[in-house]
Ligand binder design. Sequence first.
Ligand SMILES: [Zn+2]
Length: 131
Amino acid sequence: MDFTTRNKIIKNALCKVYNKKDVTVRGDRGTAIGWVKIKVMLDKPEGCACNIVEEAHMFGDKSTYKYRALLNPLDYRSGNYCPKCKEVYEKQSKIVRNTINNSGAFFTHYTSDDGYNTEHREEITEVEVRT
Ligand SMILES: [Zn+2]
């Protein structure tokens, strides 16, 4: 199985669960060959409050921040979503993960230099809610 075939297998598996337009599977070339970047976009759930502007009193002033910036500025993915989007994000992230793991695609691995030789899969997967 070459990388192109592997990437197609992942894409096909995800397209059975999600709309084709919402799934991006891109293989890297050159020195990063073997790596695959996977992205799944999710529709905004009903009742999404991500863009509700609320008053913030974090620093004692009355500056206005967007809701999503308030939840957890450090965790820019799940933390920046309103509770509804966070729920969708967490649920769908697991489904994406399982779909990829059960797709039959192989993955190449590299060993990190962390002193424990931890193995990592050459895969970057992002799940994002359109807010
Ligand atoms: Zn939201």
